[in-house]
Write a protein that binds this ligand. Structure first.
Ligand SMILES: [Zn+2]
Length: 404
């Protein structure tokens, strides 16, 4: 640990121990020693400090009787009984969700608001502020300490300064200093990241990827994007613009994208596009059960595809074909162990994972040597919401939140 002084090493060790206790279950002091290589004495000191700060509690576990005699009951460590909470805020193109959660990333309360077709800067920030107030007003947080607010937002963002820059088709809003606005209103630390990066962090800290060092999270909703974990760390790039697979071109003669490029993947692979294709096909007279519905939504297409409706199946197949082109590029660039799918596409489950897996077969440079599984995220379509909380937790586990 070159260049680090005694104090920062102590802080790092404390954060690491807290991370293990919050993200694993049934953790004993011996488990922590095994996982960190820290001495028993250091662990005893750190754990005592975490207990006296109210961040950690001891719990006596049950143990099986051995040879007729009852063994000593193990003592497990877990996060303090919801004394510290985090606020998560997910901002998408058409709605926002605010949550309160404990240090195990368990949601204790959740509220959502929809955006109008076009919001002004004032109406947008008012809506966001009252949404966050609404989770605090539930009383869940009374007598609790708020460790910080995590904002998982549609990008592009200035992550360092907490600014929503100018997302395409986002109410013509630009340069919204969301970090400053929330810090002033709620008097606590605010951390912002892209919703795809946030979802990847959630998968790494609390989801299926706890023991996976290299993976990609791919979210498909109104657009498509990814968050990349390389060597156990979020790969952010220079300014946090990495993972934008939605703006890699799949057709250089294709339509112009709002980002400036042509034929971007996102123009083809997004959920509203698939829903609109369904409507167009029915107008053209395609035979499908979907024609009986007044209005088609994404979950209808999944439901009908699951029941064998040919049009619905074709639409999902087409969506998977487009996504697979992005995934081939991603696999060739990053060589992940696995890809997790989340945001709205997660609702389609096996309908998409199986198709994607077959489209990927034989198309990547590594396919002769390995296959890259495609699975649904542990948090399904809620992954960006859990991601917003994971942003704060990641800061906590890195010892950078003032006062924690
Ligand atoms: Zn683009």
């Amino acid at each position: 640990m070159l260049g680090s002084n005694h104090h920062s090493t102590k802080l790092q060790n404390r954060s690491l121990v807290l991370k293990i206790i919050c993200t694993r279950t049934n953790v004993s002091r011996i488990d922590i020693a095994r996982q960190t290589g820290l001495s028993k004495m250091s662990i005893t000191n750190i754990v005592s400090e975490l207990i006296s700060d109210g961040l950690v509690v001891e719990q006596t576990g049950q143990t099986a009787a051995k040879n007729g005699s009852i063994g000593r009951k193990p003592v497990f460590l877990s996060p303090g009984a919801d004394r510290h909470l985090a606020i998560g805020l997910y901002i998408s193109r058409d709605h926002a969700t605010a949550t309160l959660s404990n240090l195990k990333c368990e949601i204790l309360c959740e509220k959502r608001c929809a955006f109008e077709f076009e919001e002004s800067e004032i109406s947008f920030t008012d809506k966001i502020k009252s949404l966050v107030h609404s989770v605090l007003d539930t009383g869940v947080a009374s007598d609790k300490k708020i460790i910080g607010i995590g904002v998982a937002s549609i990008g592009p963002l200035d992550i360092e300064n907490g600014i929503i820059l100018e997302p395409p088709n986002f109410h013509k809003l630009k340069s919204i200093p969301i970090g400053n606005i929330l810090e002033k209103e709620f008097k606590c630390a605010v951390y912002t990241d892209n919703d795809m990066n946030a979802a990847a962090l959630a998968e790494k800290l609390y989801g299926k990827a706890v023991n996976i060092s290299d993976f990609a999270y791919v979210g498909v909703t109104n657009g498509i994007g990814s968050g990349i974990i390389a060597d156990n760390t979020l790969f952010a790039g220079d300014m946090g613009f990495s993972g934008e697979i939605g703006h890699t071109s799949i057709n250089f003669e294709g339509p112009k994208c709002a980002c400036g490029n042509t034929g971007c993947l996102e123009l083809y692979a997004n959920i509203p596009e698939i829903v609109s294709q369904a409507g167009k096909s029915i107008i053209l007279g395609m035979d499908s059960g979907l024609s009986e519905l007044d209005e088609i939504v994404w979950t209808d297409i999944i439901k009908y595809a699951g029941a064998g409706d040919k049009l619905a199946l074709n639409l999902i197949d087409r969506l998977c074909l487009y996504i697979s082109i992005g995934l081939v590029n991603l696999i060739n660039m990053f060589d992940p162990q696995i890809i997790y799918l989340g945001h709205d596409i997660a609702l389609a489950g096996n309908l998409v994972t199986e198709r994607l897996q077959s489209y990927l077969k034989d198309k990547t440079i590594s396919s002769r040597y390995k296959s890259v599984p495609v699975e649904i995220s542990a948090f399904g379509d809620k992954s960006p919401i859990i991601g917003s909380i994971a942003i704060v937790m990641d800061k906590l586990f890195n010892g950078v939140i003032p006062g924690f």
